[in-house]
Design a protein around this ligand. Structure first.
Ligand SMILES: Nc1ncnc2c1ncn2[C@@H]1O[C@H](COP(=O)(O)OP(=O)(O)OP(=O)(O)O)[C@@H](O)[C@H]1O
Length: 393
């Protein structure tokens, strides 16, 4: 038996009234985006408060399910067999055929759940449940009815056509991207920041990203790696506008003017400032980083406080309480891990001091930054003006 549609189940808590429209429309937009490269013709629509994906003709079932599993907001994907309404007797035959094929092992309990969207259908839902239940018991005497905890919940939806489904494939949950504003992700080539982006996108936040490189100290290949990572994250998050900023002159200038043990922290503050510049320009509501407490010198509570102090926007750090192992697990699950561990240089590691401060003091750092005069203002301007914009999708 072939599946011709998917019923998309989504968490409905908190999506009453106008929010419901926004939620459903964003969900449909994301589903279309997720399916755009899958073999087949898809029609995504909502009908009677439900979202469906109808598949026309031949399509790649496995790939379709795989892609739908990456759409935030979906809690369940139900593959549907659509049949023509040729009267109740035919429906009974189709239902038996459906059970026959879907469940080779018949030692199961079941429940029929009929729903009539087409109210002029000559039987009501209760009658359909009883009659179909009886027909199934007649056809497969080893099956039993259990209305409370059935193994098989056979859904029969009467519409212009009849929809049969029983399986629910779990979706990723979360909120559809586009329902919660947008944020600027500081995306490095490491393991953490792609995971951070994924997690924020899962809450419905649209992403832009900024990557700082330092040619010729960092290679073109290091940049490609970040573009690849943005590509993987965009499978979940939708298209990502990636800003690639040449950070070399700013880094060299800090190196020249400031104590070397403060380099990393000052550099980090400038990254935040530049990210915030782009974020404000594009109407993002916050910054996102892959930092977690205590991982490295620049991520002690003191360092995070000093980095944070330069930002006027909220900085979201979804990995703040995670161990590396937990972050790696997510990166494997979302498929960024293999790309993240490719060994290319990062601009942060190039000018790093042997003994960076681990407990920086904000006043001292600000004092050191006073050495950076108007030249920094012009380097800053140049960095943002020459940023390369790549639309990753
Ligand atoms: N070159 C860069 N471009 C953009 N953002 C960066 C860059 N380097 C660091 N960041 C941001 O700062 C955060 C902390 O970076 P750091 O190098 O200290 O830690 P990390 O644990 O190696 O993070 P990651 O695994 O994401 O690289 C990153 O998660 C990222 O959000």
């Amino acid at each position: 038996m072939e599946f011709h549609s998917f019923l998309i189940k989504y968490g409905e808590i908190g999506i009453k009234g106008k929010n419901r429209y926004l939620f459903e429309d964003a969900l449909m937009r994301q589903i279309k985006f997720a399916l755009k490269e899958v073999d087949g013709k898809f029609f995504v629509h909502k009908c009677h408060g439900r979202v469906y994906v109808d598949c026309e003709g031949r399509y790649d079932y496995e790939e379709t399910v795989e892609r739908l599993k990456s759409v935030f907001g979906i809690v369940g994907i139900c593959p549907v067999v659509r049949i023509e309404d040729k009267g109740f007797e035919e429906l009974q035959k189709d239902v038996i055929h459906f059970i026959e094929e879907m469940y080779p092992d018949k030692k199961k309990t079941f429940k029929v759940e009929a729903r009539r969207a087409k109210k002029q259908y000559p039987m009501n839902s209760m009658e359909i449940n009883c009659e179909l239940g009886g027909a199934i018991l007649d056809a497969f005497p080893e099956m039993k009815v259990d209305v409370h905890h059935p193994d098989i919940r056979l859904n029969v939806e009467i519409r212009e056509e009849i929809y049969l489904y029983s399986e629910i494939i779990p979706g990723p949950g979360g909120m559809p991207v586009g329902t919660n504003g947008s944020a600027m992700l500081l995306l490095s080539g490491g393991i953490d920041s792609p995971v951070a982006g994924y997690m924020v996108a899962k809450r419905g936040v649209e992403l832009e990203a900024v990557y700082f490189h330092a040619p010729p100290y960092t290679s073109e290949r290091a940049k490609e790696k970040v573009v690849d990572l943005a590509g993987i994250v965009s499978k979940y998050a939708g298209p990502i506008k990636l800003h690639v900023v040449n950070f070399t002159d700013i880094q060299l200038y800090i190196y020249e003017q400031c104590p070397h043990e403060e380099l990393t922290i000052i550099m980090r503050r400038y990254m935040m400032k530049i990210a915030e510049y782009f974020a404000k320009k594009d109407g993002c509501l916050g910054l996102v980083t892959g930092e977690s407490i205590g991982q490295v010198a620049s991520q002690t509570m003191q360092s995070l406080a000093v980095t944070n102090a330069v930002c006027t926007m909220p900085v979201y750090r979804p990995l703040i309480g995670f161990d590396k192992k937990e972050i790696v697990e997510i990166s494997e699950k979302i498929d960024t891990y293999e790309t993240s561990i490719q060994p290319y240089e990062d601009c942060c590691t190039i000018f790093v001091a042997k003994h960076p401060v681990t407990k920086p003091n904000l006043e001292r750092i600000e004092k050191s930054e006073e050495n950076l005069n108007e030249k920094m203002a012009s380097l800053f301007r140049e960095a943002v003006e020459t940023a390369e914009i790549i639309l990753v999708k």
